[in-house]
Design a protein around this ligand. Structure first.
Ligand code: ATP
Length: 609
């Protein structure tokens, strides 16, 4: 179980990638939606213009009332005509702005959603290609956080974030250009006010980013604990760990809340500074503008326009900061997702793989199913070897059992053979070819593996046998018949169409096991690997399966791991392992005769029975 110690230390961002480089990682995804993005960009111009014109129209209305207007549209018009024209124009800009804002908002969201979906798809493909070693080290809850909430936050970077910031920048620039043409002194004052504000905003945004990274790490921890507790709910309840685990959960939850509080603080600081500075700016405009009005150097209408501009200048800046916040969260997410996408796929197909299927054509020899371990050493971690200098050959068609005390390394041999892990040194050969040279898809098809805990997916019985491959119903029936499980399937409520719940929770352990046999048989593998495969079956079912197994194994190479030594008496050869080393090899009688480890294990079991 996860202990609090792993989560009490505050995680720090592992590396600071340049934001620009992070942003560039999103560009290929944006490019797929470039048509929509061009439309969004094209809308920026009318949007910011229609916004910037409004204060001018209002200012003109006041100038008109004070009979100071020099607006060319109003030449020769009466006061009421002029007011109608100005109000009409104002309404027009409002309608245009409203319409364009909604269209832009919709398109931006759409692009964001599409990008998010594409990234999630790529991430899923990448994560499912990572090696078993990666999953040993990474809690599932952490991965789920990255695939869900991190990806969502990331979609915002481009859509709401980048586009929004462009929109705000366009508004700010338009306002500055217009104000400078109207009255440069007041405009300069506004521009100067932007400088300290920008510095403060950048500072708080940086702090926000750090806090946000930590908050997301804490969220991952939270999800890992949640996932672990839900998956192991039976043990949690059986061992009355509810209270203890709830306490642990509360602690981790508190860490998360603390980090989120920090992000809120930095975010609020930005809003507060902007709110305050906007008021200062208005006061400044009133003061400087008022002086100039008194000197008759400025019209009241223009002053009103400026007050409105001052307000509007800080509004996009505020929005800019807000979006910056979501961009910062997004960048945190891009950073975390990039970490995952950059996680190297350790186990890859060779540059020029050798097709095991074409062996026959190349050598004129049939595929025989010979397995050779050539001085194989293996460690899960560093130099902590669990397999030491394994050197043996399993002949084509031979049935071999792996025997040894718990933790001796039997399952590790199978994992290496299936290439879930790579040996630290040495080679594993199948029909004379290093398994690293065989395409993984072929290798895993060549080997049929039946594990003790046959994992089932939500779906019906038949799809759990085919696992998405193209087999006809006739082949499914044949596989079930071949493994003697057809009767069991027909007894299920809807036979082959019976819906199984996630992880097959509506089947017993033995029933799940039976399906695993059909799943292996339908693939017609050359080599069959059984890891404690019949352990969860009752004696009657086991006899039935054993009979089917004998037929299934008839012309195939087989490797069997069994703790109950009585079940492997008939194999051709028994390899006895002790602490990762091959200590004995021979058939049942030979090994009993030798009086070594096998003989003592066997006698102990006989005594037990
Ligand atoms: N994913 C892993 N990461 C680190 N160590 C592991 C991992 N899996 C197994 N080990 C260690 O490797 C050693 C061999 O384990 P393995 O599962 O191969 O043993 P086994 O002989 O199949 O045991 P059993 O009979 O109990 O199934 C054990 O000491 C185990 O603690």
């Amino acid at each position: 179980m996860t202990t609090a110690s792993s989560s009490t230390r505050t995680p720090t961002p592992p590396r600071r990638e340049n934001d620009w480089r992070l942003f560039l990682r999103l560009v290929p995804y944006a490019r797929r939606n470039r048509r929509l993005l061009y439309i969004v960009l094209a809308l920026l111009v009318p949007l910011s213009l229609s916004g910037a014109i409004q204060p001018i129209l209002i200012g003109e209305a006041i100038s008109l009332i004070r009979q100071e207007s020099t607006f060319f549209v109003l030449e020769g018009k009466t006061l009421s005509q002029g007011l109608y024209i100005l109000t009409g124009l104002l309404l027009l800009t409002i309608v245009v702005r409203l319409a364009l804002t909604s269209i832009q908002g919709f398109l931006v969201q759409k692009v964001g959603q599409r990008m998010t979906a594409d990234i999630r798809n790529d991430l899923f493909v990448h994560v499912t290609s990572l090696s078993a070693r990666f999953f040993d080290l990474t809690p599932v809850g952490r991965l789920i956080t990255r695939l869900t909430s991190d990806v969502d936050a990331l979609g915002d970077v481009f859509s709401t974030g980048a586009i929004g910031i462009l929109t705000d920048l366009a508004s700010i620039v338009t306002i500055l250009v217009i104000t400078f043409t109207l009255q440069w002194q007041l405009a300069l004052m506004l521009l100067l006010m932007l400088i300290p504000v920008t510095i403060a905003v950048v500072y708080f945004q940086r702090q926000f980013r750090k806090a946000n990274y930590r908050a997301r790490e804490e969220l991952s921890n939270l999800n890992s604990v949640l996932q672990e507790n839900l998956t192991g709910i039976n043990i949690v309840q059986l061992f009355r760990r509810e209270l203890f685990n709830a306490q642990l959960f509360r602690q981790i939850n508190q860490h998360y809340v603390n980090q989120v509080d920090r992000t809120i603080f930095h975010d609020s600081m930005v809003s507060a500074i902007l709110e305050w500075i906007a008021l200062v700016a208005i006061a400044g405009v009133l003061w400087l503008g008022g002086l100039r009005v008194m000197d008759n150097a400025l019209e009241v209408g223009t002053l009103v326009s400026f007050i409105l501009f001052a307000q509007r200048l800080f509004e996009p800046l505020r929005q800019f900061a807000e979006k910056f916040t979501s961009i910062q969260s997004g960048f945190t997410a891009v950073e975390r997702i990039s970490d995952l996408l950059d996680e190297p796929i350790e186990i890859r197909d060779a540059e020029s793989p050798i097709s095991i299927n074409s062996l026959e054509a190349i050598d004129g020899q049939p595929q025989v199913g010979e397995i050779q371990f050539d001085r194989v050493w293996f460690a899960y971690r560093d130099d902590d070897y669990v397999l030491r200098n394994l050197d043996f050959t399993i002949r084509p068609g031979e049935k071999v059992a792996l025997v040894g005390p718990t933790g001796a390394g039997k399952s590790s041999i199978i994992r290496l053979l299936c290439r879930l892990y790579e040996p630290s040194s040495g080679r594993i050969l199948i029909d004379g070819i290093d398994i690293r040279d065989i395409p993984q898809a072929q290798l895993r098809r060549y080997l049929g593996v039946i594990l003790q805990d046959g994992f089932l997916f939500a779906g019906d019985v038949k799809s759990n046998i085919t696992l998405g491959e193209d087999y006809s119903m006739a082949q499914i029936y044949a596989a079930a018949k071949q493994t003697n499980i057809d009767r069991f399937i027909e007894d299920l409520p809807q036979g082959y169409d019976t819906q199984l719940r996630e992880r097959g929770t509506n089947l017993s352990g033995g029933q799940k096991q039976l399906l695993a046999f059909a799943r292996a048989a339908i693939r017609n593998p050359r080599v069959l690997v059984l890891d404690e495969a019949t352990a969860s079956l009752d004696v009657g079912t086991e006899a039935l399966i054993q009979d089917a197994l004998d037929r299934l194994l008839a012309d195939r190479t087989a490797i069997v791991i069994a703790h109950r030594l009585s079940t492997i008496r008939n194999v051709d050869r028994i390899l006895v392992l002790k602490r990762g080393q091959l200590v004995e090899s021979g058939n049942h009688e030979e090994l009993l005769g030798q009086g070594g480890l096998y003989a003592s294990l066997y006698q102990l079991q006989m005594l037990g029975n």
